[in-house]
Design a protein around this ligand. Structure first.
Ligand SMILES: [Zn+2]
Length: 237
């Protein structure tokens, strides 16, 4: 038998090594319900000796504690053995909650462009929350090339005209454009990438709307003679 003290109310309790083993050292004070690790508050006096009687000069709290021990074997309050799982369960729950919040936060940051596109009023809030730039969602599948043409420009050079369509119910970022001019054998003669700036277009395509683009460029005569077709595709760099 050993004597431990509740660190909160100073009540002393007797505990056997078997009891401690069962509870993995965690106990609950029968008087104030405080949960503590019994071995941290063991009394130095070995319990083979009779329970010490409180001396007159001991502090009042300590005397009260001692008398709780000496009042008899079955004295109340009792020490309750605590299964160690209890504190662990709370740690676990707190961990799960924290992890969930972290995931939600990550999701919010990742989806901020999309969220802002759905609800433009959220844009300043999202931007302030993550301290980052909120632009437009980049959805390559959302933008289709509805029609395109490649012609000689009467004023010189060549013209490529395209109509892009945003198939989504929210705005999406303006994609970049890759244009390949091909010959009879389907070999690429010229490949050029046009960024949003090159396209002198807006930075987004409004929901379910078309955008018309015209590209004007010069070609070498040797190249232009061999051109039989072109391919255009949109992408996000
Ligand atoms: Zn207590």
């Amino acid at each position: 038998m050993k004597i431990t003290h509740c660190p909160q109310c100073e009540t002393a309790f007797k505990v056997s090594p078997q009891q401690l083993e069962l509870a993995k050292g965690w106990v609950r004070c029968g008087r104030c319900s405080h949960v503590f690790e019994a071995h941290l508050y063991f009394e130095a006096t070995p319990q083979t000796a009779p329970v010490p009687t409180p001396s007159a000069d001991a502090p009042a709290l300590f005397r009260a504690a001692m008398s709780a021990v000496s009042a008899g074997r079955e004295s109340t309050p009792k020490l309750e053995m605590m299964p160690r799982q209890q504190p662990r369960l709370w740690t676990w729950v707190a961990g799960v909650v924290l992890l969930t919040l972290c995931l939600l936060w990550q999701l919010l940051i990742l989806q901020r462009h999309w969220l802002a596109a759905q609800e433009p009023a959220l844009r300043p809030v999202l931007s302030a929350l993550c301290g980052c730039e909120v632009t437009w969602p980049r959805e390559p599948e959302a933008v289709l090339i509805e029609s395109s043409s490649f012609t000689e420009n009467p004023d010189g050079g060549y013209l490529v005209k395209l109509r892009l369509k945003n198939t989504q119910h929210h705005p999406v970022a303006m994609p970049a454009l890759e244009l390949s001019l091909i010959d009879l054998q389907d070999q690429v003669l010229v490949r050029r990438v046009f960024t949003v700036d090159d396209l002198s277009a807006k930075d987004h395509v409004p929901a379910l709307r078309d955008v018309r683009l015209t590209l004007n460029f010069e070609l070498d005569d040797t190249v232009s003679k061999r051109i039989t077709g072109f391919r255009a595709l949109v992408f996000y760099p």
